[in-house]
Ligand binder design. Structure first.
Ligand SMILES: NC(=O)c1ccc[n+]([C@@H]2O[C@H](COP(=O)([O-])OP(=O)(O)OC[C@H]3O[C@@H](n4cnc5c(N)ncnc54)[C@H](OP(=O)(O)O)[C@@H]3O)[C@@H](O)[C@H]2O)c1
Length: 315
């Protein structure tokens, strides 16, 4: 691993200057790391548009933020359910109409460890459908606006990318034959990661002006493991959350905020906490397994994702 470019303590929000005039879009910003990222950016004067699925939870999150940061905090909601391609299309149209510019789109939302194989309304295994296909279509539909804004795209992934199948299961993307909550979550996060790096390749080839970053939040105390996880996993993850190496949701937000705001980061890198097992510790560049950048898999996933979301990507 290289020396941390931000020194021994790694990247922290102390590096942030005044962000007035900047606009950040965050998926899944009513809870966990997305909520904390929103607060950090808003506290520096930025505007944040939350792309969340649940209006009640989002209104509460916005009220909590305004109670902490003041009623003039520039935070709003555009309802977006990443599980439904029609909702993503609707939300993207609303963003393109009502948001003047996008300094960064942070693809943060996810579901994890879903106990039994379930499907999105479009027929995708739900973790792949929400975490990957939903974001793939969203990025596609906002791409022109992000480019016009000289903006960035941030993919929030997981160290789980190397704990599952370590490849994309093209012959059975829905895991009809071998569904397993952990492997299937890891598969969806690997897909997001591959998408991020392939998007970089295509942007470079097309000589476009958009930066793409891939990062992970380490192990952070959030609400990621829900009632949709098995009882065994809920117990395991609640014990796991007590470990001293598991960090706060706020610290888990640092890598995505860094990627959204920092200039001169190495796009080819993979960012996150760099302590033991990359669970917590100074935020910087992490080692990454080489199978992520297998060119044949990158290209095939791109084609499959275009087909499944029904939208060609113009890059
Ligand atoms: N926590 C960790 O240790 C850890 C480790 C590795 C990677 N990650 C990654 O970190 C990111 C943030 O997760 P978190 O830990 O902060 O979990 P979290 O507290 O559960 O937050 C996830 C957010 O995603 C939203 N979401 C879920 N399904 C959605 C959908 N269909 N459409 C729109 N939004 C949806 C949730 O909204 P609702 O409240 O409406 O469900 C919530 O706002 C995820 O990408 C996750 O994979 C987390």
């Amino acid at each position: 691993m290289s020396t941390n470019q931000f020194g021994k303590q790694g990247w922290t929000p102390e590096r942030l200057g005044n962000l007035s005039g900047k606009t950040y879009l965050i998926t899944g910003a009513n809870a966990g790391t997305g909520f904390e990222a929103a607060k950090i950016l808003l506290s520096k004067g930025a505007e944040v548009v939350m792309l969340n699925r649940n209006e009640t939870k989002s209104n509460k999150a916005i009220a909590d933020i305004k109670a902490q940061l003041g009623a003039d905090a520039k935070v709003s909601l555009i309802k977006t359910d990443l599980a439904e391609l029609s909702s993503v299309r609707h939300a993207a149209a609303e963003v393109n109409k009502s948001v003047a510019k996008i300094d960064a789109l942070i693809c943060n939302a996810a579901v994890a460890q879903i106990a039994k194989q379930t499907f999105t309304p479009d027929g995708f295994e739900s973790q792949l459908g929400i975490n990957h296909y939903g974001h793939f279509l969203l990025v596609n539909l906002l791409f022109d606006k992000i480019e016009q804004s000289n903006g960035k795209i941030v993919m929030v992934v997981s160290e789980g990318y190397k704990m599952g199948l370590k490849t994309i299961q093209f012959e059975d993307m829905n895991f009809d034959k071998n569904y397993n909550p952990m492997n299937t979550y890891c598969h969806s996060k690997l897909a997001q990661m591959i998408f991020g790096y392939e998007l970089q390749n295509r942007i470079k080839a097309a000589n476009k002006n958009i930066e793409v970053y891939v990062c992970h939040p380490g192990a952070s105390r959030t609400s990621l493991i829900r009632e949709t996880a098995s009882r065994r996993d809920r117990i395991l993850f609640s014990i796991f959350a007590l470990l001293p190496m598991v960090q706060s949701a706020e610290k888990g937000a640092y890598p995505e905020v860094m990627c959204a705001t920092e200039d001169n980061l190495n796009q080819a890198a993979y960012f996150g906490p760099t302590g033991t097992l990359n669970w917590s510790g100074p935020v910087g560049e992490c080692d990454m397994e080489s199978f992520v950048k297998d060119k044949a898999i990158m290209e095939k996933l791109w084609t499959v994702s275009e087909e499944q979301t029904g939208e060609k990507f113009q890059v």
